[in-house]
Design a protein around this ligand. Structure first.
Ligand SMILES: O=C([O-])CC(=O)C(=O)O
Ligand SMILES: [Mg+2]
Length: 219
């Protein structure tokens, strides 16, 4: 048996914990209140998709949105991790998309139902190569961008996050034990918009990584 390598964390079957409304400009564009505590939801590990495979539009949505986000890969697990020690639990980062069936999410919100089918379907978490921690010395100040068919749609700095990465790690681990290989999606800046079959998405973290994905309709 070969040893597990954190650089392939998406194959480990670990959980994906997502933070919503962590950028005020995105909360505003969807007419949501600015949160006073992190908004959390989950994706299953079956949501991962890697470059070379398409993002599939689920048949039940007519409004699939991109959300570009910085992902934090947990290297050392823990429960009730203090903020001061939080960064010791980080192995690295990944650029991620939180693909969202916005029409389904709106319906779930209005009916008080969970967001599962809006957020957790197959291919709802496109993920870049693993980025070792040393390559992003200041994760609180990197630029994320996303283009659809060469047109810039999202561009924002992680300095705009409402809740910092150490705060999120500490907050989440109070309630949900973090394990090696877990991924935290830290929320999206403004500019989310709909994608269609045959679109080409490109995203990047300035100077660190880029990735591209094609959109297809699920048969
Ligand atoms: O669906 C939403 O708007 C919440 C979310 O994931 C985010 O803010 O990144
Ligand atoms: Mg999101």
């Amino acid at each position: 048996m070969t040893a597990r390598n954190i650089s392939q964390f998406w194959e480990w079957g670990r959980k994906i914990i997502c933070v919503g409304r962590n950028y005020a400009d995105h909360a505003k564009e969807l007419k949501n209140a600015i949160p006073t505590e992190p908004v959390l939801f989950l994706k299953p590990p079956s949501a991962y998709v890697r470059e070379g495979s398409p993002i599939l539009v689920p048949p039940y949505t007519g409004n699939l949105h991109h959300e570009v986000e910085l992902g934090v890969v947990i290297g050392k697990g823990g429960t009730a991790i203090p903020q001061a020690a939080a960064m010791e639990h980080v192995a690295g980062y990944a650029l991620c998309l939180d693909m969202t069936a916005r029409d389904i999410q709106d319906e779930c919100k209005s009916r008080g139902l969970p967001w599962t089918l809006a957020k957790a379907f197959n291919t709802s978490c496109p993920v870049s190569d693993f980025i070792p921690k040393e390559r992003i010395p200041d994760p609180a100040n990197v630029q994320l961008w996303l283009k659809v068919n060469e047109q810039l749609r999202q561009s924002g700095s992680t300095s705009q996050m409402i809740f910092s990465i150490p705060y999120l790690i500490s907050y989440i681990s109070d309630f949900i034990t973090l394990e090696e290989g877990d991924l935290i999606l830290t929320g999206t800046p403004k500019g989310v918009s709909a994608v269609q079959e045959h679109d080409e998405l490109q995203a990047g973290i300035q100077d660190v990584v880029t990735m591209s994905f094609r959109v297809d309709r699920q048969d």
